[in-house]
Write a protein that binds this ligand. Structure first.
Ligand code: ZN
Length: 324
């Protein structure tokens, strides 16, 4: 991941200004830790004021100090917070932000902010805030952030227009993006589908090539039909199906006719009955890149492929781009 993607991701988290500014300082390596002050010729004690075990640099205060470790343990993020001896605090942020979900990136930022605040309270006022207190304050901030995001996504949905960037489904739902690839003259189409959860986490994907002559709208409808059948079989019950074919979306949401195309749509609608709640919505191609990539790949791989839990290498970049 280029650094520019890192800064874009950081920006897109929509953190409160003071926290964004704090993370920005951390990543520009200008957090005024003891070691940093000494490097700027300020005469201070460089050992950590809490554990007195190591010099206080960014890595130590935020991740490695016994206090920081206890916080990461208490909030269940210690597996994520890994660092190597030669890394600086920006290297660690860069690597973790590349791997983690948006919510984890926000959580990490908020906990770092609280650990730093707590360090200042101890250093300047000798007030000892416990691991529990640090965790509780950051979790409150995380809840505020989540409800602000929820409000924004509700507001956007109210506008009922296709989005140009991929968006996570609402809480408790999964989103299934589907697409078809039609290559004229090959007597073959490819279909692809990907299922992601409310955090944008990858759950499943599959792609399949199908022989025969298909129009573009038939191929799009077929990709949806396969995805619906598959989703029902997997036991998901609240599903948003999203594709970049307006014709298919409109047909599912109330169209009717007599043609091969409408026969496929009727099969989709029949399968919707097995779901508790379902939406079929249009999205722009730019927000449907993962499904598109899968559909294209199915033609070159020419058979059926399915992935669970771990995304195949060839879509991992586009998956992480969707979360930026
Ligand atoms: Zn320490």
């Amino acid at each position: 991941m280029l650094n520019v993607s890192f800064w874009r991701k950081l920006w897109s988290l929509k953190l409160p200004g003071k926290i964004l500014h704090f993370i920005w300082r951390v990543c520009r390596l200008c957090l005024p830790t003891a070691v940093d002050l000494r490097n700027r010729h300020v005469n201070v004690e460089t050992m950590c004021s809490w554990c007195h075990n190591q010099e206080e640099n960014g890595i130590h205060v935020l991740f490695d100090c016994v206090f920081a470790r206890a916080v990461w343990e208490a909030v269940g993020l210690s597996d994520l917070i890994q660092f190597k001896p030669d890394e600086n605090v920006f290297d660690v942020f860069l690597r973790i932000f590349t791997q983690c979900t948006r919510s984890q990136a926000v959580a990490m930022s908020l906990f770092c902010w609280q650990i730093w605040n707590r360090r200042n309270k101890w250093l300047w006022e000798h007030i000892n805030i416990s691991v529990y207190g640090t965790k509780a304050t950051a979790i409150r901030m995380l809840e505020d952030w989540k409800s602000a995001q929820q409000e924004e996504s509700t507001r956007r949905r109210g506008q009922n227009v296709g989005s140009k960037v991929w968006q996570k489904p609402i809480m408790g739902w999964v989103k299934i993006n589907t697409d078809a690839a039609v290559i004229p003259g090959t007597h073959q189409i490819g279909t692809g589908a990907v299922i992601r959860d409310e955090d944008g986490r990858f759950l499943h994907a599959r792609c399949m090539d199908i022989a025969g002559e298909w129009s573009v709208k038939e191929a799009e409808a077929r990709s949806l039909r396969d995805a619906v059948g598959w989703t029902v079989a997997m036991g998901f019950i609240k599903c948003i199906f999203e594709l970049d074919s307006k014709i298919v979306v409109d047909a599912c949401n109330g169209g009717s006719g007599r043609s091969n195309f409408y026969a496929i749509i009727a099969e989709c609608v029949e399968d919707f009955k097995h779901l508790d709640e379902v939406r079929v919505q249009f999205t722009f191609k730019s927000a449907n890149v993962v499904a598109h990539t899968l559909a294209r790949a199915s033609i070159s791989m020419s058979c059926f492929h399915e992935w669970q839990g771990n995304a195949p290498e060839f879509i991992s970049d586009v998956l992480s781009f969707d979360l930026i």
